[in-house]
Design a protein around this ligand. Structure first.
Ligand code: SF4
Length: 429
């Protein structure tokens, strides 16, 4: 039933219950174009759906469905660079996170050596959703990028935990000719593996993932020492929209944590974090960690989604909002987070390797009666200013914002009381 509305669906459900649904003999075959579902417009709810517009509406296994709905771009390098002008990267796995990338691409195009384009879909729910539900849009944008930088290789990279995304990526890679060889690579299921230079390490097949010193960045010395551009699936899907004349300033935001159903929505940059949590049905909460695993802790969700607004509020721009429910203790949350950081950093630089360990110990000391606010602040300043990669630079944000937002709770823990009633204070947490 093409273009079924809500009443049509309700009638079909009733007919199914009554046993009066027409059988297969009554089936009507439609031609290919008519059978493609219309791209939905959900005004007033999810902002301007553009990047996610086809997720759930076009067949992610059928390149013709994408071709009918949008059409694969054959824009040449100059046209792609024109479309990319002013667009910014999205997510911490993007080498140009929140920064324009067109000029960097123009420089890569001029460099010698085999050049690679990497789609980094590791670890972010929005990127995994795009690979799983609209892989041809991601490949449309990435293959356009490959033409823009005159690339010789294109890699789709995702976590080994995102099996559906990897399977769809492999199917989509094999479904048509993109003008460049496409390889799908699974990386280990650890947060740091999304960092752009560690993504390159994983693609090269290195078992121990360590961030690379910079400069030079991957645009100079990337995969096997050759020029490489690394962006997220969101960035390439957004670029595909721009090439086809539809790239509103939107952000893909995933709401996770203490929610009934984890949700990914697309909202205008002028919209707020609160709009994203409302879409996920969040009413009551203690706080939210905005910006990924090491985002900023806040109780004020009335913050714009534009990177500038999130930066000003000391929150992260990764596009993930983790909700802490009403029964959660923010002091325990940051202690657990720094512990994860101390156990999963790559160990390459001292500020992060030792800093996360010392920060975790200082947070444990709070439970034993010592809240060394000044010492923690000094330590976090060193970590932020001297860590090699964003992993070590971001961890302090989670602690710093929690200390600012929940100063009373930190003091109370040092005095032997957990306001939320969930921590065993006066001993080891
Ligand atoms: S900041 Fe952390 S994850 Fe990044 S290089 Fe240093 S030790 Fe490794």
């Amino acid at each position: 039933m093409p273009n079924a509305d809500a009443d049509d669906v309700a009638a079909a459900v009733d007919a199914l219950a009554d046993g009066t649904l027409p059988d297969a003999d009554a089936r009507v075959d439609h031609d290919e174009v008519q059978a493609s579902l219309p791209i939905p417009s959900i005004e007033g709810f999810a902002g301007e759906r553009s990047v996610l517009a086809r997720c759930g509406w076009t067949d992610p296994r059928d390149p013709d469905d994408y071709a009918n709905a949008v059409g694969f771009s054959d824009a040449d390098a100059d046209a792609v660079l024109d479309a990319a002008e002013g667009l910014r990267g999205r997510g911490w796995g993007d080498w140009c996170a929140d920064e324009p990338y067109a000029d960097l691409w123009a420089g890569v195009r001029e460099r010698d050596g085999p050049t690679s384009v990497v789609v980094n879909a590791h670890g972010n729910p929005g990127d995994a959703l795009l690979l799983e539900s609209d892989p041809f849009a991601v490949l449309d944008g990435a293959s356009a990028a490959a033409r823009a930088v005159d690339a010789d290789y294109l890699y789709l990279y995702a976590s080994e935990a995102d099996e559906a995304a990897l399977e769809r990526a492999r199917d989509a890679a094999a479904a048509r000719d993109y003008g460049v060889p496409v390889e799908v690579v699974a990386g280990p299921d650890v947060y740091r593996a999304a960092e752009p230079t560690m993504a390159i390490e994983a693609i090269e097949g290195n078992h121990r993932l360590e961030a690379r010193l910079r400069p030079p960045g991957p645009e100079v010395e990337g995969i096997y020492g050759n020029p490489t551009v690394v962006h997220t699936a969101r960035t390439y899907a957004h670029l595909a929209g721009a090439i086809h004349g539809d790239a509103p300033e939107t952000r893909v935001v995933s709401v996770t944590g203490d929610v009934a159903d984890a949700t990914t929505v697309e909202l205008a940059e002028s919209d707020t974090v609160a709009s994203a949590t409302a879409a996920a049905g969040v009413d009551d909460f203690t706080a939210a960690c905005v910006g990924g695993k090491f985002g900023g802790i806040t109780t004020d969700l009335d913050v714009g989604l534009a990177p500038e607004d999130l930066d000003e509020a000391d929150l992260g721009t990764e596009g993930v909002v983790e909700v802490l429910g009403e029964d959660r203790c923010p002091v325990a949350f940051v202690g657990q987070r720094t512990n994860v950081a101390s156990e999963t950093n790559c160990g390459r630089c001292v500020p992060c390797r030792e800093g996360t360990t010392q920060l975790t110990e200082k947070l444990r000391d709070v439970y034993d009666g010592t809240y060394d606010e000044g010492g923690m602040t000094e330590l976090m300043g060193v970590m932020e200013s001297t860590s090699i990669c964003a992993f070590g630079r971001d961890v302090p944000r989670t602690v710093r914002t929690a200390m600012r937002e929940f100063d009373d709770a930190f003091e109370a823990h040092a005095d032997g009381d957990c306001p939320s009633g969930t921590c065993a204070v006066g001993g080891t947490q």
